[in-house]
Design a binder for this molecule. Structure first.
Ligand SMILES: [Zn+2]
Length: 615
């Protein structure tokens, strides 16, 4: 049976995704994070021919951009670029003969990079650019030495495009409102395998990647390393380093069932395959929903499927985010709030209501913490990011507040109505990028109009345009956690407690529920009773290390340093550095920084620099 599944999936791997109707949103939303001029000349297809050179830490080659003219007077195609070396630009009206054309790079902005203006003619159909990426400051790329990989023998490269980093490895109109189809040839050193956010092939060195669905630029992704594939279902599988692939396939064996659960709720999965790429531990995020191939942190390989809600989340993006995309980064909650809501529905379908409730409560706790930590301007779903790095909007607020808004809609309208609405919404806006206003207008017309009395109970404007939470906001509850709360009380009075059947979520609730300041004796008792410094589940370990830092529990120091110098997932490392005293933080960060992706480096650099100034 397994053999058959493997062969079957190999055949499917060769097929590309089915071609959709070329649907795109004609009215281009104004995006303050792109220099591009898509309202005049718009890139519709990106064709890459690249070579990955590990010795120089550079990607070099060319890109051919297909151009659609929307204004007859346009004399320039304006692109985004960041730290790229541009060698030559050419134009063509047939894709065969090219003539050199003038280009001009504007001044570079710290956040946005530099505009790249290429002269075009009224009949220009294609623009070809020869270029290479910066060996030292290509913000999307992380080049790993062999020692930073699981196998320790081969180097590794991966890209992270969201939010506005694709421009550091491809010159293009880097806005989520500009959707493109794309294809790529990527040459890699012998023995190393390139995979991309498209249907992948099994050949080691000569794959032609084709994404024929129009996607936003942040979803173009590449990874190169010593990678092996193992199928987990007819449409699903994992790519990972050889020593990791079996463990990952085991952990994620429910992925096919997750797709079926999501399809039952929200309509067909439209991307063909759904594979997971397990990256080295420096990956800055839990997962990145690159189409056909989610990039994932290895920190969720817990051995007991307790952290697979991450896969439910990334898979949910196949509907909210990848199919219907935020038009600008101020609309990010449309991607993430909808996705967290769908993630929890998938978790409930597969693992039951009890697990869903626990995860919703943990999410609610995260939201409360974020609301306390962020100024009012950053508590708004439709956040204003003018003049700011879109990364600054990527707190838990668009995720958890956005999901809570949909939970309230579910409460007032009932599941059946909301499910039918969402299915229609994904169908209507499929392969389009939309703004908050478009999304809410559609909700008012196609859901709220059905039951004005129910709609009147939902303070939509307060949810979306005001800070904090409306008074009507649902408050998730979990019976299992109520039992844990009783055990917290018992433990604090020194009584024995029953933890034998606790899930990861119950452990997290227990640790989070203890007082922030514990005595040295209490910390020691916790550690000796539950071996927390030796915890192998990364969620539990990260929570424990945070408590250890806050309470100056020295026996965990070695483990803390080991964790921070191997794991680069921002969700874990940021709160740890924030809680440490500046001297300890800088001492560990100095050793750890070289193994972090630029995304995590930038966050921690700014945080530690800010603390220095305030001293
Ligand atoms: Zn997400």
């Amino acid at each position: 049976m397994f053999r058959i599944a493997t062969l079957f999936s190999l055949i499917i791997l060769m097929n590309s995704c089915t071609r959709p109707k070329a649907a795109h949103n004609e009215a281009v939303a104004h995006d303050v994070h792109s220099y591009g001029n898509p309202a005049e000349a718009r890139v519709t297809h990106v064709s890459l021919d690249l070579r990955v050179v590990f010795e120089q830490r550079t990607i070099e080659g060319s890109v051919v951009l297909s151009v659609e003219h929307l204004s007859p007077k346009t004399k320039q195609l304006i692109l985004d670029s960041r730290s790229l070396q541009i060698d030559e630009t050419e134009i063509s009206n047939d894709g065969k003969t090219y003539a050199e054309t003038h280009f001009e790079a504007g001044p570079a902005d710290r956040i946005l990079g530099a505009p790249l203006k290429v002269d075009i003619k009224p009949d220009t159909q294609f623009v070809r650019i020869r270029y290479s990426t910066s060996p030292s400051s290509a913000a999307a790329l992380q080049w790993l030495d062999p020692e930073q990989t699981a196998g320790k023998e081969h180097p590794f490269l991966y890209t992270q495009g969201e939010a506005i980093l694709t421009r550091s490895w491809i010159p293009l109109q880097d806005s989520p409102a500009v959707r493109v189809t794309w294809d790529a040839r990527v040459k890699t050193p012998a023995g190393l395998k390139a995979v991309m956010s498209a249907p992948n092939c099994m050949d080691t060195n000569d794959c032609h990647f084709v994404m024929d669905h129009p996607v936003p630029s942040y979803l173009i992704a590449l990874a190169v390393g010593d990678l092996k594939f193992q199928a987990t279902g007819p449409r699903t599988g994992v790519w990972a380093e050889p020593s990791v692939v079996a463990k990952a396939a085991n952990e994620f064996s429910d992925t096919e069932k997750m797709i079926e659960a999501a399809e039952k709720l929200y309509g067909p999965y439209r991307w063909g395959r759904y594979d997971l790429l397990i990256l080295p531990p420096s990956f800055p995020f839990g997962g990145m929903e690159n189409p056909c191939l989610t990039f994932a942190t290895p920190t969720v390989l817990a051995g007991d499927k307790s952290l697979v809600s991450l896969v439910a989340h990334e898979l949910a993006h196949s509907w909210s985010g990848n199919l219907v995309t935020n038009a600008t980064w101020s609309d990010f909650w449309l991607n993430e709030g909808f996705t967290v809501y769908i993630e929890r529905r998938i978790v409930e379908e597969l693992y039951g209501r009890n697990r869903e409730e626990m995860e919703a409560v943990l999410g609610y706790q995260d939201l409360q913490d974020e609301l306390k930590a962020n100024p009012v301007r950053d508590q708004i779903l439709n956040i204003n990011l003018d003049g700011r790095d879109p990364d600054e909007g990527m707190t838990q607020i668009p995720y958890e507040k956005g999901a809570l808004f949909l939970t309230e809609v579910e409460e007032k309208f009932g599941r059946a109505k909301l499910d039918a609405y969402l299915k229609g919404y994904f169908d209507h806006f499929a392969f389009q990028s939309i703004t908050t206003k478009q999304s809410l207008d559609y909700m008012r017309t196609h859901l709220f109009a059905q039951d004005p009395a129910a709609a009147a109970k939902i303070p939509v404007n307060e949810w979306v345009y005001q800070p904090g939470l409306p008074a009507t906001a649902p408050k998730p509850a979990s019976q299992a956690f109520a039992a844990v709360d009783r055990e917290i009380d018992a433990w604090l009075t020194g009584k024995p407690i029953e933890t034998a059947n606790w899930s990861t979520q119950e452990w997290l609730h227990f640790l989070r529920g203890l007082p922030e300041h514990l005595s040295a004796a209490q910390m020691k008792r916790l550690d000796s009773q539950f071996q927390l410094t030796q915890a192998t589940n990364n969620e539990i370990l990260a929570q424990w290390l945070l408590m250890a830092v806050r309470n100056h529990y020295a026996p965990a120091n070695l483990r803390l340093e080991e964790f921070l110098t191997t794991v680069g997932r921002r969700k874990y490392v940021k709160p740890l550095y924030a809680a440490m005293d500046p001297k300890q933080a800088r001492a560990i960060y100095e050793k750890a920084r070289p193994m972090y992706h630029p995304v995590t480096q930038s966050t921690i650099d700014q945080m530690l620099a800010g603390r220095k100034e305030s001293k």
